[in-house]
Structure formats: C-alpha cells, structure tokens
Design a protein around this ligand. Structure first.
Ligand code: SF4
Length: 311
C-alpha cells in the first residue's frame, strides 16, 4: 500500500500536506519567546535530560527577532530552497502555550495574519493547556489549519521519570481528550531508544497512540546534544545509543502498528548536526530514511499493516 500518490509506504506529513493543498507546504519554525515550567523552576529547573538551551528549537537563522521577521526570513529561505508555496507557522521553542490566554492570542494572531501562512503547529507540554487555552486554539480551526504537538516521548512512567518530563502519561491522556473534543489535530512526539525500554515497550507506545486516536506522530531517536544533561550520562556509559540497523527495524515495526491515517511528522533526526554528539550515524539522515523505505519494501509491509492483518 502506498500513501498520498507517492511511493512511500507510510503517511508522510509533507506528502499529506501536498495532497491537501496541491502545492509544497513548509513549516517555518519560530521562537516566540516562551519558556517552560520544567526549566523555570515551576516543575523543575533542570529540564528534560535531552533538551538543550534552545528548548528543542531546531533553526539556525536568528530567532531573537519579531515573529513577522522570523516568518519573512523562514518563508523566503524555504521558497528559495524547497520551492514551497504555502506555510505553517511552527511554534517550536520551549512550551508554546505557557502564557496567559490574552498573550497567546496576540502571539498566534501575529503569525496567522501573515499573508503566506495558512495555519500553525503549536508545540507544547500536555500540562501547559487548560480549557480556556484549548477553546482559543479550537477557535482558530474554523479558519486555519491547526495542530497541537504534545511532547510525550513514551507512554511508560519509568521512562517519563528517567527523562525528567515532570508529567505523567495520564496528564497526556487528559489533554488529548480535551483537545480532541475541540477538533484540533494532535501530533504526539515520541522517542525511540530510551534506556530501560525494551522493543516491546516502544511498540506498545505505537499501539496505544493508535488506539487513542492521535492524528500524527513525530518519531525521534534518542540522541545526545551538547549542553544537555544526557551528555554526562552518555560518557558514564549509562545511556547506550541505538545502532542504525536496530533503529531502522524498530521504526518499521513502529510504523506497522500505527493506523494508516496517522501522519508521520518526522521519522529520524533530532537536533542539528553541529550540536549533536551521538549517535554519529544519524548525521546521514537520508541514508536512514532510505533504509527504512527499503526495509518496508523487503517486508512488503506498510504503515498499519500489522493492525490491518489482525482485523
Ligand atoms: S518540556 Fe520541552 S522545552 Fe521543556 S525541558 Fe522538556 S523538552 Fe525542553
């Protein structure tokens, strides 16, 4: 089975967008000056063990400028480089619902008033939303294409504790339910290769997310970025890195357990090369993605094939 009129055996978000809008749609990453309760001392001041000083921001161009200037810059770059024609404002750095509702409205309005922007993706923590904020975001869905991206990383409490997430899986489930009530698309971020997780544990995360009805999944591999607490644990030998083939196999198994309608927002990669310490093989991201395509082809399987064959 192929997706979005391509030769991909999984439902890649970029292809889904092209199908939806008929042109290349690109996410422009933004730093809107948020912080995070897991860094500012409200929950902890240490942050998640994999998070660097940028709050998981992945853009190299300047981000201490206005939202409009960031959008102008990002849009021009992606028009030149990717021939993109429509754009999603991606609030990526830190927790992008972690301000009072009136301030959130101002921030989101700034992005959505840009003539080239058709919608937004808001990255946040599941404990940083409430009914009022979700009502606000839900309202935007009437005129715009809107996603909430919740950092979850794993459904297993032992892992959430190890990475110092500072919230439980139950908190995620509650936020998800409230978000779904308002017809907002939800993307869950997960990390494969967390220490103490077996392959069975990782695949359980796929099954559960499918059962919960998330609309999208962003799959990361655990990697060590400079200036994170993971660095010390890595050098102490307490955090073994997944090998490339192991990751490729696990990612394919993971995809086979996700329902076909779930869009895949990312399948490998976390962090920009200059900032990444390990694993080295991840710097060749396209090699990894090609290996995933190849293995799905060899297996003659596709996203959701294990669910569908069990019905
Ligand atoms: S919740 Fe996000 S921004 Fe906050 S510490 Fe964790 S990864 Fe970093």
């Amino acid at each position: 089975m192929f997706f979005n009129n391509t030769d991909k055996r999984y439902n890649r978000f970029s292809d889904h967008l092209r199908n939806l809008y008929g042109v290349k749609v690109y996410k422009v990453t933004l730093d809107a000056g948020f912080t995070c309760p897991n860094r500012d001392g409200t929950i902890s001041n240490e942050g998640c063990i994999f998070c660097d000083n940028g709050g998981s921001f992945s853009q190299l161009y300047p981000h201490d400028i206005s939202i409009k200037d960031q959008l102008d810059l990002g849009i021009q770059l992606s028009k030149d480089k990717y021939k993109a024609q429509k754009f999603l404002a991606y609030f990526q750095a830190y927790s992008n619902t972690y301000k009072p509702v009136n301030e959130l409205r101002e921030i989101y309005d700034q992005a959505l008033s840009h003539e080239d922007v058709i919608g937004m993706n808001i990255g946040t923590r599941p404990d940083c939303v409430d009914n009022e904020k979700l009502d606000l975001i839900g309202d935007y869905t009437k005129k715009h294409y809107v996603w909430l991206e919740y950092g979850l990383q794993s459904i297993h409490e032992k892992s959430l504790k190890f990475i110092n997430r500072g919230h439980s899986f139950e908190t995620f489930c509650h936020a998800l339910k409230e978000t779904q009530k308002r017809n907002i698309n939800v993307c869950a971020h997960v990390i494969l290769g967390l220490p103490n997780e077996t392959k069975k544990d990782m695949l359980e995360t796929a099954k559960v997310l499918g059962d919960l009805g998330v609309n999208g999944v962003k799959i990361h591999l655990l990697c060590v970025l400079n200036n994170t607490r993971l660095v010390k644990l890595y050098y102490q030998g307490k955090v073994p890195m997944m090998e490339e083939d192991e990751y490729v196999e696990t990612a394919c198994d993971f995809l086979e357990l996700l329902p076909p309608y779930v869009t895949i927002h990312r399948l490998a990669g976390n962090g920009l090369k200059p900032n990444m310490l390990a694993p080295g093989w991840l710097s060749k991201k396209f090699v990894v993605l090609n290996k995933i395509d190849k293995l799905l082809e060899e297996r003659n399987s596709y996203q959701g094939s294990k669910i569908i064959s069990n019905i």
